[in-house]
Write a protein that binds this ligand. Structure first.
Ligand SMILES: [Zn+2]
Length: 517
């Protein structure tokens, strides 16, 4: 990922058998072999994708990029390695954008849009878009995270993001990471630096069952799930340790509002010696357990934060794998949004103007005489695959699924339907994606919730409604959604790549069959 944090474990190490090897220097992934997957010598030539080869690279990506800032930075680094140019929303784009060009921009460092402009693209032509969300449940540090020591423990003030600090957060090895804003003492310029400590610094300890009723819950997330991050018994011995810990941290600075030992450890990793140059930070706790292949034949992936980094990972790999000479008249785009788990209504969320603004700027750059009608035409010709993970069938709870709407692992992406507008899927969008699946050899599954359960949501309805484009909700199945540790199939990241690449490759042709819609 960026700079000092993690060379060698990026998603770009993944492999695929691309049709355009000249353009994409992908190689079969050595990780897949070390993971116990025997490479198929007789790979069917018609398929450019080897789904199993994405399993270990996906695990590596998930282990290495636990926070949203790390994930976005890793994705952007991979894009740059594949010739994508960074765009700033502050700059003029019209003189930069070129047919055949590849670009990306980020917003807040926590959302990302990447796109390639086809060699034959004309203003008003459509966009083929795959978009998901890159945020995940976590525990974020409170603005003032320093707490008074209690009974010899140093603790950390945190707040749950979305549904974190659920029962699955007890007794886990929690790490910390995120971004730190540091002011250059010479220039005065503030820079965002990524940080991640490579050992578990925190734990939320259960109360042993021997204590009876108090150990049974329900538990108070403010008072009973406060992480412990260290031991300090100086109150017993009066050693002056507290004063020593705070040495060098000036009162009135941001650093003085955070646990002194944490400030020092973070500063050390960043190479910052003057703690007052730390202007602010956004740090979070996350489960440090590495993503692993599991099951007797390594058919599973066990990992944290699968929702929805999984679909984002597959979408980006698909964009990179789609050859330049496929669908040359359109713009191929991947979107990854922040804030989905908390309603998407932030400027980097799916309900913001982020994607519509990027689409507008691209449309404008190629329009001889630009006006809002050109954008409306662009939108009408565009299509969004809203790719959020969906519920794989759980064999121990079959009764909560509809038998014929229960996706399995290692089969393929599942179309999510809901008659009450929680999903965008309809007959037309399903027919379009089915046609894509037929062309690229993918199997589509279908998910719908029972009438006596309530459907979850995705970025699909808000994005397609705000922009006005056709859409479908289609995501990769996983077990244990919103648990701190979840499960998907070892083939599923690659099956996602296969379908999304198929969408990028074939959307332009397929759309011609659906001109009436
Ligand atoms: Zn999700």
């Amino acid at each position: 990922m960026t700079r000092q944090f993690q060379p060698g474990l990026r998603a770009s190490t993944s492999s695929l058998r691309s049709q355009s090897t000249a353009q994409l220097p992908y190689r079969p992934a050595p990780q897949a072999q070390s993971a116990g997957q025997t490479p198929r010598q007789d790979d069917p030539k018609p398929s450019p994708i080897s789904p199993e080869s994405y399993a270990q690279p996906f695990c590596d990506f998930m282990t290495t990029n636990p926070t949203i800032f790390h994930a976005v930075a890793s994705f952007t680094t991979q894009l740059e390695e594949h010739g994508f140019t960074r765009l700033s929303e502050r700059d003029v784009w019209s003189s930069t954008l070129k047919r055949g060009g590849k670009y990306y921009c980020t917003r807040n460092g926590s959302s990302l849009i990447a796109f390639t402009i086809g060699a034959d693209y004309e203003s008003g032509n459509g966009f083929g878009i795959v978009a998901g969300h890159v945020d995940a449940l976590c525990a974020k540090l409170k603005p003032i995270s320093k707490l008074d020591n209690k009974a010899g423990y140093v603790q950390l003030g945190v707040a749950p993001y979305a549904g974190a600090l659920s029962s699955t957060w007890w007794d886990r090895d929690l790490g910390i990471g995120g971004r730190v804003l540091v002011r250059d003492p010479v220039t005065g310029v503030v820079e965002s630096k990524l940080v991640k400590l490579d050992w578990p610094i925190a734990r939320i300890p259960t109360l042993a069952v021997h204590f009876g009723t108090p150990s049974q819950g329900p538990f108070n997330k403010e008072t009973q799930m406060v992480p412990i991050i260290g031991v300090d018994n100086s109150d017993l011995f009066g050693s002056g340790k507290v004063e020593a810990d705070s040495k060098g941290i000036k009162q009135g600075t941001f650093a003085s509002t955070q646990p002194p030992k944490l400030v020092k450890v973070i500063a050390k990793q960043l190479g910052v010696s003057d703690y007052s140059t730390i202007v602010n930070w956004e740090l979070e706790l996350f489960d440090t357990q590495a993503a692993r292949l599991g099951g007797l034949e390594k058919e599973f992936i066990f990992a944290g934060r699968i929702d929805d980094k999984l679909c984002c990972y597959s979408a980006q790999e698909a964009l990179l794998a789609s050859p330049d000479d496929a669908s040359t008249g359109i713009v191929k785009m991947v979107g990854m949004f922040d804030g989905e788990e908390i309603g998407s209504l932030l400027r980097q969320g799916a309900r913001s103007n982020y994607m519509s603004s990027v689409m507008e700027r691209i449309t404008e750059a190629f329009a001889p005489s630009y006006g809002p009608n050109v954008l409306s035409q662009t939108v009408a010709n565009s299509f969004l695959v809203s790719s959020d993970v969906c519920h794989a069938v759980n064999p121990n709870f079959l009764e909560v699924y509809l038998a014929n709407h229960a996706p399995r692992l290692n089969v393929g992406v599942a179309v999510s339907a809901d008659p009450n507008g929680h999903m965008t899927t309809d007959s037309v969008s399903t027919a379009i994606l089915q046609r894509v699946a037929d062309k690229c050899g993918s199997t589509l599954q279908i998910f719908q919730i029972r009438n006596d359960s309530r459907s979850g949501g995705t970025i699909g309805p808000m994005t397609s409604a705000r922009i006005g484009m056709r859409a479908i909700d289609a995501g990769i199945p996983q077990l244990s959604m919103h648990s701190i540790r979840a499960t998907t199939g070892n083939l599923d990241p690659g099956l996602g790549v296969q379908l999304f690449k198929g969408f990028f490759d074939h959307f332009e042709a397929v759309d011609k069959e659906f001109r009436d819609f």
